[in-house]
Design a protein around this ligand. Structure first.
Ligand code: MYA
Length: 581
């Protein structure tokens, strides 16, 4: 795995160089009043729809929602949220889109996944990379819901390793079509889609050499040779459609290539960078639900002659949910604003938000059941469904493991290139003098002075100080790791995980610092006391995690853990038994 190394336009990539690019994160972004007004109207409509139409428990039990429900959402404009107004959509910016996904997810996971697969990823290739003709041909019908979209990347042998897809597309003899053959697996909306964004390998010639590269195709149904498997039965989001999609010598006109032959991999990644934020926003909606349900029970349930909410262990759970959701929300809307700016690289930020928010939502659905205890476990209540629905979030749109690897390696790529430039410069001292001087000077400056945060509120000085310190330490640790492992760093997943966890925590803290600064500036310290408490509590907890991750970079149990796992692979099972030693 590698990733673009340019840190000039990425907040998180800059952190790996020890730089704090305040201009990206201060002031905390605000929605435009016209967007806020539109979003508020959509939210009211969704809430009414949620109350009158959504039958989440029944749909879950039946493993499907009525097909008309999708049309009803389309009639409300919900299938064209991101499509420009002139092409029949609502033209929401990414921040508005995310807020709507947050609301839909609070009503039903299956509903959110159906809408999300349609527009977070299903037709996103057209929005981001389609030419004018393609956009005009498809987007109005996708916005109106006449066509529902699906994103066809995953295959039986290609999940996290997206570049390894086997589906092939060969140019026809007359050069007018590509002939598409292959099988796609677990395709959300497969059963209802009329439009598929399909990724397939095509032959390209680069520097006179034949190569296979991924290309992105638009496939509209009906198309001879496309067949759809039955709906899969799943642990959660059971009312959404998940199907295999088979392509057997399907003729796709060359005009349906999106973004050019051979550019499909970057297109898929670009789409997922957007999609991951819709999912992260959905998790904020889910967690908000859990908080409401938990607070309600904490205020009602009496044990030992006290409301259970009076007990410290329950207070800690509820406070943790609120604190994490505030931080998650801060990450989501900071990152959507980076997307809406249009001039920055947000790939790492969106992966970080996906990991943080999906793990937070999982913890929240679990703790909500713990608070509801026996009742939480019963089908009579929705909470067990919330838990089942939330489990997929850590798996799809990039497993959290692959996204941690992506965050770590993407962040380290820039410093890695700079260090290898430095190594070359040392071999050729005269030629590389400039590089040595510039790099060495910057390192010395960082290590002695650190980077200063100038725009946080003085009340949060201590918090800002810890971020300055950790940013310097992150770049120093990255340098140590790169010098120690060189290119082998790609294989060092124990180290990658620690670096990723530090980077994700730092981004979470920066987003929170910026948002709470704004809260204090606008409301004053007294009125912002809840936000200040959230920031202080979150920083204390994140500080402990970050410090522990830094400490265990050198002193850790990694070798023992590897030995235990590898021995189990040899044995094929757990070999201990209390009675048979
Ligand atoms: S869809 C399926 C989801 N699948 C994945 O997410 C696949 C995960 N795998 C990957 O992302 C890639 O294969 C990885 C790359 C990262 C592992 N942005 O050498 P490389 C560039 C920009 O590292 P690999 C689903 O689940 C990189 O810089 N660029 O490649 C739907 C490099 O460029 P250069 C990126 O080792 C479910 C080049 O690519 C990115 O092969 C439905 C090659 O990179 C990036 N991110 O591995 C969901 N990554 O050559 C609906 C890489 O220039 C949900 N690159 O250096 C809707 C939500 C509902 C709400 C829910 C309610 C709660």
């Amino acid at each position: 795995m590698s990733a673009a190394s340019n840190n000039e336009n990425s907040f998180m990539k800059s952190l790996f160089f020890g730089q704090i690019r305040e201009e990206f994160i201060f002031p905390y972004p605000k929605a435009k009043p016209e967007t806020a007004e539109t979003v508020s109207m959509i939210i009211d409509t969704i809430d009414k729809f949620g109350k009158d139409v959504v039958k989440a428990a029944e749909w879950d039990e039946n493993h499907e929602m009525p097909r008309e429900v999708v049309q009803m959402m389309a009639d409300m404009g919900l299938t064209g949220l991101a499509v420009p107004e002139e092409l029949g959509g609502l033209g929401l910016p990414q921040s508005g889109y995310a807020r709507v996904m947050q609301q839909i997810a609070s009503h039903d996971g299956s509903l959110a996944v159906t809408l999300g697969a349609h527009q977070s990823i299903g037709y996103k290739a057209l929005l981001l990379f389609g030419n004018e003709e393609q956009r005009k041909r498809f987007l109005p019908r996708l916005a109106s819901g006449e066509l529902i979209a699906a994103f066809c990347l995953t295959e039986p042998t290609s999940g996290s390793d997206a570049a390894s897809i086997q589906t092939k597309a060969e140019l026809s003899a007359d050069g007018k079509h590509y002939i598409l053959t292959g099988n796609k697996l677990w395709i959300t909306n497969g059963g209802i889609a009329g439009f598929f964004t399909v990724f397939a390998k095509t032959e390209v010639v680069e520097n006179g050499e034949k190569k296979e590269k991924v290309t992105c195709f638009a496939v509209e149904l009906p198309s001879e040779g496309v067949s759809i498997g039955p709906s899969e039965h799943k642990l959660g989001i059971r009312a959404s459609w998940t199907n295999a999609v088979y392509f057997d010598k399907v003729k796709v006109p060359v005009e349906n290539i999106i973004g050019g032959v051979g550019y499909g991999f970057k297109i898929a990644m670009g789409i997922l960078n957007h999609g991951r934020l819709g999912l992260a926003a959905g998790c904020v909606g889910v967690t908000k639900n859990c908080i409401k349900a938990s607070v309600e029970h904490a205020n009602e349930r009496v044990q030992f002659k006290k409301k259970i909410g009076e007990f410290g262990m329950i207070k800690e759970k509820i406070a943790r949910m609120i604190m994490n959701n505030y931080v998650a929300e801060s990450m989501v809307y900071m990152t959507t604003s980076l997307i809406d700016r249009g001039d920055v690289d947000y790939s790492m930020e969106s992966a970080a938000a996906k990991v943080f928010c999906t793990e937070m939502a999982w913890e929240a659905v679990d703790e909500n059941i713990q608070i509801w205890a026996g009742n939480g476990f019963m089908k009579e209540y929705p909470y067990e469904r919330w838990l089942r629905d939330a489990r997929i979030n850590r798996i799809f749109e990039g497993t959290n493991e692959i996204l941690r690897a992506f965050v770590a390696l993407s962040g380290m790529q820039g410093p890695g290139q700079e260090l290898s430039g430095l190594a070359k410069a040392i071999q050729h001292p005269l030629k590389g003098l400039g590089i040595v001087t510039e790099y060495a000077t910057r390192k010395v400056k960082q290590n002695v002075f650190g980077e200063n945060i100038t725009q946080s509120h003085p009340r949060l000085k201590k918090l800002a100080g810890s971020l300055e310190e950790y940013t310097v330490e992150l770049s120093a640790q990255v340098e140590v790791l790169l010098k120690r492992h060189g290119k082998e760093i790609h294989l060092k997943q124990f180290a990658q995980k620690r670096i990723a966890d530090i980077a994700i925590d730092l981004y979470a803290m920066f987003c929170t610092l910026s948002r709470v600064t704004q809260a204090i500036e606008e409301k004053g310290e007294e009125k912002a006391s809840m936000e200040i408490a959230i920031a202080e509590a979150f920083f204390m907890r994140a500080n402990r995690r970050v410090k522990s991750n830094f400490r265990s970079m050198d002193r850790n149990e990694d070798e023992m853990m590897k030995f235990i796992a590898e021995k189990a692979y040899e044995d094929g099972c757990y070999t201990f038994d209390y009675f048979n030693k």
